[in-house]
Design a protein. Structure first.
Length: 443
């Protein structure tokens, strides 16, 4: 039997101590999994790489989809120097040092790909520090972000970068990646690991589109498998359950996903879909969202999307907010479910929202009209001499409790902001308003 040298033993030990995700990091486009919409044959990013026409770009996508790996592959494919830079641990001083290094390489004819992980964490001044070097061509900047670049990247820098959206990996992609991990020498290919297709599919589903999560979970499952007498490793269902006991859900309370989820909740209730509404609400809570934030949004919904079609909706939403304030999590989840279900099933009307927006538009675009004299109080003699209050009609003095007095300014007297629908209880309001308008027109 051939013995390994001390150097080979140390190298082998060092390789095994690296996380599986690092050991399996692909070095070529052919080994890269996913992002077919960008890297498939004939797709834009692949053509730019193959033609060596890359320029500064931003990779926007969730964690674990290959942003760092793809940047490294681009640098290797285009024969460029590669610098991996983290926005978490670096400031302007480090930026300038790296830029100087890249400038020296440029003078020697070597292009530098500077990969900036979590570029959204840099402030405006730090992002601005890249601009002159990007413009000069000292570097090809590849920024990676999980946040919407429109909000997090300076306009000046963003205008000089092409944005590529990377998608969460599909389960079939993750299964392919896991299969490679079990057979590749740098993975578990030198060991005999026994896993079922069902177990691999379970890990792929659990990973929620994140390759790093999938590989870390596989590594945990294999390391905790049963070792047979022949040295093979059997991954059991019981061991698997411990590794995937809780689904890793993508949710950022301050980022775009936060707004995506509240939008999904709002639109599900608007579409009278209680099942979808409960799902998105629970997703937010599971991600650590403050229940009071959800309750506040439900209060807004009660008036914006239901309004007079069910006046009790606002009262219930406010009550649920108070219940969430009193109890907090986890007990208040059922109160939020109560409100979400009620609001989803209530008759819908956006008449109040439309009225409010139309009125705000007039106020913004038209001149500020004075209050008509008949609506002004006249507490002093001078005000009475100036005709304040002249022409005012006290509605309670009439049999109908109505007066024909005009309450809008002259230039707006024909405006109709509130137009009730026939939904729910608002139908009664609509009939009442039509009666009032008919009475006033007859008078």
């Amino acid at each position: 039997m051939e013995q390994m040298s001390l150097f080979e033993i140390q190298e082998n030990h060092s390789e095994k101590s690296m996380p599986l995700a690092n050991r399996l990091r692909p070095t070529s486009l052919e080994d890269f999994v996913g992002q077919e919409h960008l890297l498939g044959e004939g797709k834009m990013l692949r053509q730019l790489i193959e033609r060596d026409q890359i320029s500064s770009m931003i990779f926007w996508g969730p964690p674990g989809v290959g942003k760092t790996t793809l940047a490294s592959i681009i640098a290797g494919r285009t024969k460029s120097g590669f610098i991996n830079f983290s926005a978490v641990t670096s400031g302007i001083k480090e930026i300038k040092e790296v830029m100087q290094q890249a400038e020296e390489s440029r003078r020697m004819g070597i292009r530098t790909v500077l990969f900036v992980d979590e570029i959204h964490r840099f402030n405006k001044a730090q992002q601005d520090a890249f601009l002159p070097y990007v413009e000069k061509g000292s570097i090809v900047l590849i920024g990676a972000t999980t946040e919407n670049p429109s909000f997090e990247i300076n306009g000046a820098l963003l205008s000089r970068c092409k944005v590529f959206v990377l998608k969460a990996l599909e389960e079939k992609d993750l299964q392919k990646l896991l299969g490679r991990a079990l057979t590749a020498p740098e993975g578990f290919g030198r060991q005999s690991v026994k896993m079922t297709d069902k177990q691999i599919a379970a890990i792929a589903a659990f990973a929620n589109g994140d390759a790093r999560t999938a590989l870390n979970t596989l590594e945990m499952a294999v390391l905790n498998g049963d070792i047979s007498s022949d040295g093979s490793i059997l991954v059991t269902d019981e061991g698997m359950e411990q590794c995937i006991s809780r689904k890793s859900l993508l949710y950022d309370k301050t980022g775009e996903e936060h707004y995506n989820m509240i939008s999904a909740l709002h639109k599900s209730m608007r579409n009278s879909d209680p099942d979808a509404a409960i799902y998105w609400m629970c997703r937010m809570l599971d991600g650590g969202e403050n229940p009071l934030y959800i309750a506040r949004r439900l209060i807004r919904f009660a008036s914006e999307d239901i309004g007079m079609a069910d006046p009790q909706a606002l009262q219930l939403a406010v009550s649920v907010y108070q219940a969430c304030h009193f109890l907090g999590m986890p007990e208040c989840d059922v109160h939020l479910t109560h409100a979400v279900t009620y609001l989803a099933m209530a008759p819908k009307s956006n008449a109040l929202y439309v009225a409010c927006e139309a009125c705000k538009k007039d106020i913004k675009e038209m001149r500020a009209e004075p209050v008509p004299l008949q609506l002004r109080n006249a507490p002093t003699g001078l005000m009475k001499e100036l005709h304040y209050g002249e022409g005012y009609q006290y509605a309670h003095d009439t049999e109908e409790k109505l007066a024909k007095m005009e309450c809008l300014p002259e230039s707006l007297k024909d405006r109709s902001y509130y137009r009730p629908t026939g939904m729910g209880q608002e139908n009664q309001v609509k009939e009442r308003l039509e009666q009032i308008k008919a009475w006033k027109s007859q008078k």
